[in-house]
Design a protein around this ligand. Structure first.
Ligand SMILES: Cc1cc2nc3c(=O)[nH]c(=O)nc-3n(C[C@H](O)[C@H](O)[C@H](O)COP(=O)(O)OP(=O)(O)OC[C@H]3O[C@@H](n4cnc5c(N)ncnc54)[C@H](O)[C@@H]3O)c2cc1C
Length: 453
């Protein structure tokens, strides 16, 4: 008789939990995955995927405008929000099914219920108690809204994916990637958008110039930016909302959306009672091999609040399964994790920002360019590309690559491989460009603009 019902119970069927459960089950381990919502978690249901579909939808607006300079007359345009929502929902339902089938094929049992930790080896879900040798908490994160009077009138990204109507006037609150992405989405779809951010700089944590360049580009594309501003309260006025800024200015809107950060989903699931230590913001404290303060309980993904990104949660899940079921620990490598912001224009980044590079390496060489892409010559689009390389003058290694412009995510993914291989600036220079592309600028940046200590 086995001592436990399962070898692994995973709580949370999102990016990390599904990957870990599938990989573990594929080794022959007896795995149960407990999910209270829909398979795929935030990324599939209320994050990356629907967001990117919305972003594609929004992009058509500038494509139609740009087409004129290329000789196209695009007829009357109209946008059907309910059709976009219905098509997006259909695609997500398809993905939910794919995830279910993958788990099934691997031999993992899926239990649709809310999971609660009873002790280090026991979980309760759907009125059932079950035991496991290992328990994995992969419960993700949720949006955090500041305590502002009237904040309950506002929405977060969770509701933005299900609005019945496209709001004509939208206020986005926040300056992180979700705020700028949704500001660009609503702007592209035809809403009048104001972005209110308490800091002067958007995209904190990224290279500073990315936030400044993006602010200029978004303004050029019609988004009104209120940087260094805060909402003091929100009131309902007839059929609209009135957002009172601390400056006294009042902005009218049909929707106010907060994108002011996310906190790990760790409440009311028995973690503290079972002895699992949490940090101040509710993140599960885990060591480099994802072990929590209770030896048989592990945690990955947004719940440990390291890097809230889907590929990171997936890689953490894979590393954990390697340690538990495939013969020994493997360290997760958080260096040079590339990421993109699907604002309009896109932002792509990998490696160290100029500021981080300076503080770690002292002197740095900076190469950068801002230019009008070829496509904009005939279209007349106001957009400009921005590219920047940060280089260690001692070793010649490229420490960071940053970009604002069309296709930034696609381009930076390739550059990230070079950084992961430890590429030097001379190797970038020795690489032949693909002409005519914007990406070729990354291998033709010759003169440093700054070399400072
Ligand atoms: C609007 C938005 C856009 C994003 N865009 C990107 C992007 O473009 N690229 C990117 O890399 N990342 C993006 N992210 C982040 C990405 O979605 C997360 O980092 C990723 O989903 C984290 O995976 P996870 O497995 O930790 O958690 P999740 O995917 O959130 O999964 C957690 C699961 O646990 C379930 N759960 C929670 N508590 C319980 C419980 N007690 N019992 C049972 N089930 C429970 C939840 O229902 C959920 O399904 C975005 C996030 C948002 C909100």
């Amino acid at each position: 008789m086995a001592r436990y019902d399962y070898d692994l119970i995973t709580i949370g069927g999102g990016s990390g939990g599904v990957r870990a459960s599938r990989l573990a089950a594929a080794t022959g381990a007896r795995v149960a995955l407990i999910e209270e919502g829909r398979l795929g978690g935030t990324c599939v249901n209320a994050g990356c995927i629907p967001k990117k579909l919305f972003s594609y939808a929004a992009h058509f607006a500038s494509d139609f405008t740009d087409a004129a300079g290329y000789g196209w007359d695009v007829g009357a345009r109209s946008f059907d929000w309910p059709r976009l929502i219905a098509n997006k929902d259909r695609e997500i339902a398809r993905l939910n099914g794919v995830y279910g089938r993958l788990l099934d094929a691997a031999g993992a049992e899926v239990i649709f219920a809310r999971g609660r930790l009873v002790d280090g080896h026991t979980v309760e879900a759907g009125g059932r108690r079950m035991s496991a040798q290992h328990i994995l908490v992969a419960t993700g994160s949720r949006p955090v809204v500041p305590r502002v009077p009237g904040a309950e009138l506002a929405i977060t990204s969770d509701q933005a994916f299900h609005l019945e109507r496209l709001p004509q006037r939208v206020i986005l609150v926040g300056g992180g990637y979700i705020a700028v992405e949704f500001a660009s989405i609503f702007n592209g779809l035809g809403s009048r958008v104001t972005l209110v951010h308490r800091r002067e700089q958007m995209l904190r944590g990224f290279d500073d110039e990315l936030g400044s360049v993006l602010a200029e580009e978004m303004a050029a594309h019609g988004v009104t930016l209120r940087l260094g501003s805060q909402i003091a309260r929100i009131e309902r006025e007839k059929n609209a909302l009135a957002a009172h800024l601390e400056s006294g200015e009042v902005l009218a809107a049909d929707a106010v959306m907060y994108a002011t950060g996310r906190a790990p989903n760790t409440r009311d699931m028995g973690l503290e009672q079972a002895g699992v230590a949490l940090s101040d913001n509710g993140g599960i404290t885990a060591d480099e091999f994802f072990a929590t303060s209770v030896p048989s309980v592990y945690a990955i993904g947004d719940a440990i609040d390291r890097m809230m990104l889907t590929p990171v949660a997936i890689a953490e899940g894979a590393a954990l399964v390697q340690a538990l079921f495939k013969g020994g620990p493997r360290r997760m490598d958080y260096e040079n994790v590339p990421t993109a912001v699907f604002s309009h224009p896109n932002v792509g980044t990998v490696g160290l920002s100029e500021t981080e590079a300076r503080s770690r390496h002292g002197a740095v060489k900076v190469f950068k360019t801002r230019f009008r892409p070829l496509k904009a010559t005939l279209s007349g689009s106001p957009g400009r590309m921005f590219m920047k390389l940060v280089v260690d003058p001692g070793t010649d290694r490229v420490l960071g690559a940053h970009m604002v412009g069309d296709g930034a995510g696609e381009i930076i993914q390739g550059v990230a491989i070079a950084l992961k291989c430890g590429a030097t600036k001379s190797q970038f220079d020795a690489t032949i460009g693909i002409h005519p592309t914007s990406a070729e600028e990354f291998v033709t940046l010759r003169e440093p603009v700054a070399w400072s200590r």
